[in-house]
Unconditional design. Structure first.
Length: 135
């Protein structure tokens, strides 16, 4: 069985890595991610960047199935992410997810707004709209 950790890199800056995410980076035998994430961590970690991110990531996982694998994702690990495809391909029992700083949290913080009373709209790539209100 595979040992895969989906590691959320948060909004895309090293300063947004959680301690748990940083520890997972150190524990992995192989790290797979995008060129953008490689540029953030290039001095500390070797990160494999597949040409085709989804298919290439699956191939690298299968080629290294006996190792501890870290898959780096941007943004929220479960919001709209490569993580969904990896979990579907390898199963819940083979994957754990480390959440990071949410893009939503950061957006509200940067605009000095509270999440206690908010309204949030989300549009998916399939053009489905979700509107969430909290008052």
């Amino acid at each position: 069985m595979a040992d895969i950790t989906i590691i959320s890199m948060g909004p895309g800056g090293k300063e947004y890595l959680t301690p748990q995410a940083y520890e997972a980076l150190k524990q992995a035998d192989i790290l797979i991610g995008s060129d953008k994430l490689k540029k953030i961590l290039y001095k500390e970690f070797e990160i494999f960047v597949p040409t085709k991110i989804l298919e290439g990531t699956k191939t690298l996982i299968n080629e290294n199935i006996e190792k501890k694998i870290g898959v780096l994702v941007t943004g929220d690990a479960g919001f709209y992410s490569l993580g969904k495809s990896i979990i579907k391909e390898f199963g819940n029992d083979s994957v754990r997810v480390i959440a990071g700083v949410s893009v939503v949290q950061l957006a509200f913080a940067k605009n000095t707004r509270t999440l206690a009373r908010c309204s949030l709209s989300v549009c998916t790539r399939q053009r489905r709209f979700y509107h969430i209100r909290s008052y």
